[in-house]
Design a protein around this ligand. Structure first.
Ligand code: ADP
Ligand code: ZN
Length: 710
């Protein structure tokens, strides 16, 4: 079993439950498998198919997907085929002959064809090792995807009483599960229910506040990631797809208003990595097997937790960290309610309202998102905090925003209360665009004083100040910001203003940044993969999944022997793609002078800039009160080194911090000289040069200043 797993799939271990399930199937027992998307259901029948004598028949409702599934198996050297309506009569006959000769181990087929009397008769002449029924919830009228043709599968056990059946699904309530088992007559079969916890998915809910802008910010650093943006209406889909295109993103729309040809083409181009982004209504996604969807964004509020969970589930099937972002607004809630109230059927109406209420509860709540989701699906989750959702990672806090508010108010005042939000932010951030220069606003005192926050953070502050009544947007043609009476004491008497701690748009990718692999090599391997895929007319992921490319980019294999150890590299792929990928890696290592065997962190030169946290903010406050480092450390009960690292970050972020207070100018000068000689990367050589009169802390502070000034 392990040998076959390694040989054909290139995996060295099983996912949870896979091994037990495979063992049970090998004993020729019926089984029912409930596993979330990405749980690894396919392997549960593909591996037994290889180990058992005869052909395994996979029943799948998704004709469109069969070709890719079969291509994936063929790429692993597994003799597989499909029979469906996309084939001509003679092609079907040819495949039947191959089946008769025993040359096919796995056959994909749609249920309606399987149950044709003539076809049933044909397969009775074959040696069938196993029936695998994918998406088996389609058999149940109580599920959300009922397909009448699935019902007829209940004859399988009558005709083939001794052939084992494995039924698989990712969506089943207890009732649906019972229905599947009784319809298929899986008597006495074991039931395997995997946890629905998708550990690699990061659940994030953001207030819907200029969502398009937020999406742009989010996309900035992930131009090559695949993602889905779900919207409620066709019109929004079209608009966003068009805007993203105009912005230089490769994005395509998908909704029921497009012709089937356009829909298929757009979906295909997404799967083949010709475009990164699909903007879609919920019509999109059924049967999307793409393993490397890195984010799913809900631009509008979904209607139920089930729908939301299913849609977000399309992210990160390959187990790599992926983001699920939902933009929440009460306006959307009212919109959906409005539609629900137009329903005639009272039961339907009540059910829809209940589902919406549950979803709102999920969005509003301040408990761990994962915990709430799993509880909703009837699973006990023992952790209080999952550590991978916004509630766990970014508790909402307020902070003393007086300084930020003062900067905004003063900037509005000094520019004469004649400008809108973005202009004010541009001035704060020190832009010298034409308009600002013309108006001579590059010489007002607040010009450039607001570099510590991003544009969207300033927007959030300004909106909050509007809500709180400090300022007002007025004028209809061109809304300009005006000061209100309430702002006077803030400007003149230093009255405190508390604001919501800014959400860092980039925080979502915090973890991802820390993944240790060579990003440049990864991109190169990706483009190699894309070239080969286009030549072979298959989706890129069939050649290698991202996770395999990432492993290559972390370990730099130098021989076929090493290459074989990469997860996802089985014998067939080693033979077929080993050489060409290896060459790319070896060339790359030579060019960049990389000694293999070492895991390289991305861009080790500079400390990674992280969003300013509340704790850094507190250090800043104390700094401003003229505390020494020792005093700050003492008052906060933190180590001196921690405070120094806060100061380093503040300096790098452009806070006005004078290190003269901590390191005298003469020492600074000496340290700068030593840094110039030894480089900025490592502190030890600098310290050695300077001797015991200089501390690491002093060196760090000077280094931060030097880096900032570069
Ligand atoms: P499902 O059908 O349950 O959504 P898949 O069968 O498509 O899941 O598998 C999800 C992903 O996990 C695929 O990318 C697959 O290659 C990978 N995978 C499955 N089993 C293993 C394993 N034992 N080791 C490593 N990767 C696996
Ligand atoms: Zn959580």
């Amino acid at each position: 079993m392990y040998q076959t797993l390694q040989k054909y799939f290139g995996y060295t271990s099983f996912y949870p439950l896979q091994e037990d399930i495979v063992r049970e199937v090998l004993k020729q027992k019926d089984v029912f498998v409930l596993m979330p998307t990405g749980g690894g259901k396919s392997l549960c029948y593909q591996l037994p198919a290889l180990l058992l004598e005869g052909v395994t028949i996979v029943i799948s409702p998704l004709i469109a997907l069969m070709k890719d599934q079969v291509d994936g198996l063929l790429a692993n050297g597994i003799p597989a085929a499909f029979i469906n309506s996309s084939l001509s009569y003679s092609e079907i006959e040819a495949r039947k002959r191959n089946l008769t000769k025993g040359e096919v181990k796995i056959l994909y087929i749609a249920p309606e064809r399987l149950v044709l009397p003539e076809f049933l008769q044909f397969i009775q002449s074959l040696r069938i090792s196993l029936f695998a029924i994918d998406e088996s919830h389609c058999i149940s009228e109580w599920g959300h995807d009922f397909r009448p043709e699935y019902r007829q599968l209940n004859i399988l056990k009558e005709i083939f009483p001794i052939v084992p059946v494995i039924a698989l699904t990712a969506t089943a309530t207890q009732a649906v599960q019972q229905d599947i088992i009784s319809q298929l007559k899986l008597s006495g079969g074991k039931v395997f229910r995997a946890s629905f916890n998708r550990k690699n998915l990061y659940y994030h809910i953001k207030p819907k506040d200029n969502p398009y802008h937020q999406i742009l910010t989010y996309l900035e650093n992930r131009k090559s990631d695949s993602g889905i943006i779900y919207c409620q209406s066709r019109k929004t889909v079209e608009n966003i797809a068009r805007s993203l295109q105009a912005q230089g993103y490769r994005a395509l729309p998908y909704h029921a208003g497009l012709t089937p040809e356009v829909r298929t083409e757009n979906q295909e181009r997404f799967i083949r990595d010709d475009v990164e982004i699909i903007v879609a209504t919920i019509a999109f996604g059924m049967g999307i097997d793409k393993p490397d969807v890195r984010y799913v964004i809900h631009y509008d509020l979904p209607k139920s937790i089930e729908g939301y969970y299913q849609e977000t589930g399309r992210a990160g099937r390959d187990g790599i960290k992926s983001d699920c972002i939902l933009f929440f607004s009460y306006a959307d809630k009212f919109k959906i309610e409005h539609f629900i109230h137009q329903k005639e059927d009272e039961d339907e109406k009540q059910a829809a309202l209940r589902q919406l209420r549950e979803l709102i509860h999920y969005c509003e709540g301040n408990v761990c998102r994962r915990r709430l989701l799993l509880t909703y699906f009837g699973e006990t989750y023992h952790e209080i905090h999952c550590g991978n959702c916004d509630v766990c990672l970014e508790p909402k806090e307020r902070f003393d925003g007086t300084i930020a508010a003062q900067k905004i108010l003063s900037c509005i005042y000094r520019t004469g209360e004649r400008f809108g939000i973005n202009y004010i932010i541009d001035v704060l951030q020190g832009s010298r665009n034409q308009k600002i220069v013309q108006n001579r606003h590059d010489s007002v005192k607040t010009h450039g004083s607001g570099k510590e926050y991003s544009k969207s953070q300033w927007q959030t502050f300004i909106r909050e100040l509007i809500q709180l009544g400090y300022i007002k947007l007025s004028g209809d043609k061109y809304p300009v910001l005006k000061l209100q009476e309430k702002s006077r004491p803030v400007l003149l008497q230093n009255e405190k203003v508390y604001l919501t701690k800014p959400e860092e748009p980039l925080q979502i990718q915090k973890d991802r940044k820390e993944e240790c692999y060579d990003h440049t090599l990864f991109e190169q391997l990706r483009s190699l993969r894309k070239t080969i895929a286009d030549k072979e007319l298959i989706p890129p992921y069939i050649i290698f999944h991202d996770i395999s490319l990432k492993e290559m980019s972390a370990h730099y294999p130098q021989s076929l022997h090493d290459f074989r150890k990469i997860s996802g590299v089985g014998e067939q792929k080693l033979q077929r793609y080993g050489e060409v990928f290896l060459k790319e890696i070896i060339d790359y290592c030579r060019r960049c002078n990389i000694k293999p065997g070492r895991i390289v962190h991305n861009n080790p030169e500079l400390p990674v800039q992280q969003p300013k946290t509340l704790t850094t903010q507190t250090t800043l406050e104390l700094y401003k009160q003229h505390c020494t480092i020792q005093e700050i450390a003492q008052r906060r009960g933190l180590a001196i080194s921690t405070i120094v690292s806060h100061l380093e970050r503040l300096i790098l972020e452009g806070e006005d911090i004078s290190i003269d207070r901590f390191v005298n100018p003469e020492k600074q000068h000496r340290i700068e000289q030593a840094l110039a000689e030894s480089g900025l990367k490592f502190l030890n050589p600098v310290k050695e040069k300077l001797g015991d009169d200089y501390s690491y802390e002093e060196i760090k502070l000077v280094r931060a200043k030097v880096i900032y000034e570069i």
